[in-house]
Each structure stands twice: as C-alpha cells, then as structure tokens.
Design a protein around this ligand. Structure first.
Ligand code: ADP
Length: 460
C-alpha cells in the first residue's frame, strides 16, 4: 500500500495519464476502423485508377520510368503482368504477402480493396502496416495485355516536418507536465507535513504552533481551525492545571489541620476539654473534605453528562420545600425570616441536578446573611418561562466580583469573611446545571444590602 500522499498523487496522475492515453487510442482506433479505413481505401483506389487510366491512354509510355516517377511522389507500387511476375517501385515493402488469388482477381478486371479489408484486430497501426496485402489494386489493360497495379502511400515520405514538430510537442508537453506535477504535488503536500509536525507538538503540550493560515484554500481553512483548536486546547489545558492546583490546595489545608490536631491528640497530658476541642476540629475538617469531594464528583458527573441520559418530569415545588426543610435549623439558629411563594410547577429535566440549584442558592443565602435577616423565595410560571428568585438581606457582593462569581473555586472577599466556610464550587455547579437545562441566571447585589439570584428556564 502506498503510504505517502505525495506518491499517491504521483501514481494516480501517472495512472490517469496512462489510462486517458489508452482510452484516446481506443477511440481513435474505432474511428479509424469505422470511418477512415474505408475512406482511405476509396481515396487510394481513385488515385490508382487515375494512374491506370493514364497508362491505358498512353500505351507508348515507358512503364518502368513512369511508375518510378509516381513512386517518387510518395507511393509504393507493385506491378504484375499476366504471368504474375511482380515489379516493385518505391521503397521496399516490409512484407510481401499479396495472395495469388488477389492478383488473379485484379487481372480479371476486379478491384482489390486490401486496405479496407485489412484485419480489424490490428489497431490503428494497420494504417501504417507496410505490407503488399495492405494495398489497393486496379486492373490495367495496355495493348490487350492485362496487368495489375497495386499501390499504397509511402508513409515515410508522407511524414513531413510538421508531423515531427507535432510529435515533439506532445512528447515535451508530457515531460514538462510530469516535472511540473512532481513540484505541484510537493507544494500541495508540504502544508500537510507542517500540520503533522504541529499535531506532534501539541501532543507534547507545546501549543504555540505556526501554520500557513494565510492561504485562501481548504488547507488554509484547515490550518485556521487547527490553530483555533490548539488555542482551545491550550486554554483547557491551563484550566485543567489551575483546577488541579486549586483542588490540591483545598485538600491540603484541611489535611494539614487534621494531621496537626491528630498529633496534638497523641500528647499524654491532655485535658479533656482540649481533647474534645481537637476532635471536633478534626471532625469538621473531614466533613469539609467530604463535602468538597461530593461537589467535585458532582461537577465531574455534570461534565460527562450526555444527551442519552433521559430527562423526566418532576415537581419543582416539592424539591424547593424539601430544601427549605433541610435548612430549617439554620434559619432558627440565625433567626432568619423566610417567605416562600412557590407555585406548583412541574418541569422536564434532571431532578438530581436541579435540586442542587435550590440547595446551593439557599445555603449561600443563609451563609451570607447575618442574624435577624430575611430571605424571600418565589417560583412563578408565565407562558414563556419558569422563573425562580431568591432574595436575601445579606452582606452582598461587590460589583468587581460579579463577573467571576460562577468560576470554579472563586470566592468573593474570602479574606473579609474568613469565618464563613466555603469551597467556591457551589455557584459553578448551579451555573452548569442551569446551562444544561438551557436556562439563564442573573445576579443583582448591593454590598451590605443583599443579593437576588434569578433563574429563568425558557419553555420550549
Ligand atoms: P462558596 O462555597 O464560597 O459559597 P459559591 O460558589 O457558592 O462558593 O459562591 C461563590 C462566592 O459568591 C462566595 O464565596 C461568596 O463570596 C459569593 N456569594 C454567593 N452567594 C452569595 C450571597 N447570597 N450573598 C453574598 N455573597 C454570595
């Protein structure tokens, strides 16, 4: 099998050239056999008859001299008398295969059509076949003596300079186009070689590739999309690395704490209150790690969710009520007033993921709202959309943080609220679930006053 595109192109072009030549030859051949052969025979018969007429009209003519002159004009001539003695004029025939019967027939007054009857098997080359059988024969009667005159054109003499020039032109055209093809093929394949190199580089995580994007053809287009793909790969590679570094960092801190307090627990002269204290810290740190792992797993399952996973109909009201129920104790603890105006609405989607929206938004509202604050939840349906809002009177978010809020691990003002636990993953989960259900999400927030999240699912 031919591997390289370059050699494929060459072999293919050569093949095409060869087959088109063969086909052209076949077409010319058919044309020759069906049309030209007969015409050629007729034409030569006419000429032979003119010569015969002239000989008959001038019986005193020196036959040898006359026929020699005729031959010099571009013919090969066989002249037979009644005894079948043959005289040849002009250049020698390659083969003398004229049958006695043919000579007999002409002597009896018939015309011999050797050219027209020349075997069909021989290709167009029959035209060039230099045999005495490939002639036309006419009877000649001089002074009551019967003769037979056979002629055919002397191809060699008929071939003029123009024929050689044309032949030369075809041969040089073939050679020049062959050489040009070799170069064109190389030029065509070169950018592909560059693309291959670039692919290898990207495979080794070197994303800065330079490709022939300026070309206006398909290869230029391919190079452009290739560069775009390289840029996207670089971006996602960067994100992946950042993600790993963030995850490692978020795991590192609690693990160090656990290690440290476990170490302290091993000390001999430890008071009961201290021991309790350290154990509580270790427990809360493991809880934090467990929560973080759950969120990461959720993000991964969101990333890998495919269209094959069937959506189903479920009640949003039920889910929201359940979420409120779960956080009841927190509300009581912080004395937060909650109002919920939630209509009975069903939705088609992935309930296990949708429920994370209410959970995350409600737990954020509770986390970032100080004691005695209030939270208002509403779920409404219009002709076009399902709209959920959650409004709190909490600490609010500075405008500068809003554009980054949904990024993974992003925590606004984490230094100022170091006491508030969080991973920075909640809102990115919310955003991803909303996007998965073709929804949109809006935030309005005022620092120190409160925040409102609105989620809109457009109905199809
Ligand atoms: P976290 O685990 O830190 O809460 P999220 O992704 O849920 O992570 O939220 C990202 C950041 O957005 C939070 O760190 C917080 O600064 C800000 N934020 C989210 N919800 C609220 C809210 N209701 N009020 C004030 N700030 C909020």
């Amino acid at each position: 099998m031919i591997r390289s595109l370059y050699s494929k192109f060459l072999v293919l072009t050569l093949g095409i050239m060869f087959f088109s030549a063969m086909l052209a030859f076949l077409i010319v051949n058919t044309f020759y056999h069906q049309q030209l052969k007969t015409k050629n025979d007729e034409k030569n018969t006419e000429i032979a008859e003119t010569i015969a007429d002239y000989m008959e009209a001038n019986p005193t003519l020196s036959l040898t001299e006359f026929l020699q002159k005729e031959a010099a004009l571009g013919y090969k001539i066989v002249f037979a008398n009644a005894e079948h003695d043959l005289q040849f004029f002009g250049d020698d025939f390659r083969e003398d295969n004229l049958s006695e019967a043919a000579i007999d027939n002409v002597l009896k007054g018939k015309i011999y059509h050797g050219m027209r009857e020349f075997p069909k098997e021989t290709f167009v080359t029959g035209f060039f076949s230099d045999e005495t059988a490939n002639t036309v024969g006419v009877p000649v009667v001089i002074d009551d003596n019967n003769y037979a005159l056979f002629i055919r054109p002397n191809i060699k003499l008929l071939f003029t300079e123009v024929h050689y020039l044309l032949g030369g032109m075809f041969v040089s055209m073939a050679i020049i186009s062959l050489i040009a093809m070799v170069f064109v093929a190389r030029k065509l394949v070169q950018p592909l070689t560059e693309l291959t190199k670039a692919t290898k580089k990207i495979g080794q995580e070197q994303f800065s590739v330079e490709l022939p994007t300026g070309r206006g053809d398909e290869i230029g287009e391919l190079a452009t999309s290739f560069e775009k793909m390289a840029a996207q790969l670089q971006q996602s590679d960067k994100m992946k690395k950042q993600f790993i570094s963030d995850v490692s960092h978020d795991f590192q801190t609690p693990l160090q704490n656990i290690q440290g307090y476990a170490h302290l627990l091993q000390e001999a002269d430890l008071q009961e209150t201290e021991r309790q204290n350290y154990a509580t810290i270790i427990q809360s740190e493991t809880e934090r790690l467990s929560g973080l792992t759950k969120q990461l797993l959720l993000l991964t399952s969101l990333d890998t969710l495919t269209d094959n996973v069937a959506k189903r109909s479920f009640s949003l009201q039920e889910q929201i009520k359940e979420a409120i129920q779960k956080h009841q104790w927190q509300m009581m603890e912080k004395n937060i007033t909650l109002t919920a105006d939630v209509d009975d609405i069903t939705m088609l989607g992935h309930p296990d993921f949708i429920e994370k929206i209410w959970e995350n938004l409600l737990s954020n509202a509770l986390k970032y709202t100080e004691s005695d604050g209030s939270i208002d939840i509403s779920l409404k349906e219009t002709n076009e959309a399902i709209i959920f809002t959650i409004k709190d009177t909490g600490i609010g978010i500075d405008a500068s943080h809003l554009p980054h809020l949904f990024e993974r691990f992003y925590r606004a003002d984490s230094a100022r609220h170091a006491d508030i636990e969080g991973t920075g993953l909640g809102l990115s989960i919310v955003e991803q679930v909303v996007a998965l259900h073709d929804g949109s999400i809006d935030v309005i927030s005022k620092l120190g006053k409160g925040t409102t999240f609105t989620i809109t699912f457009l109905k199809m």
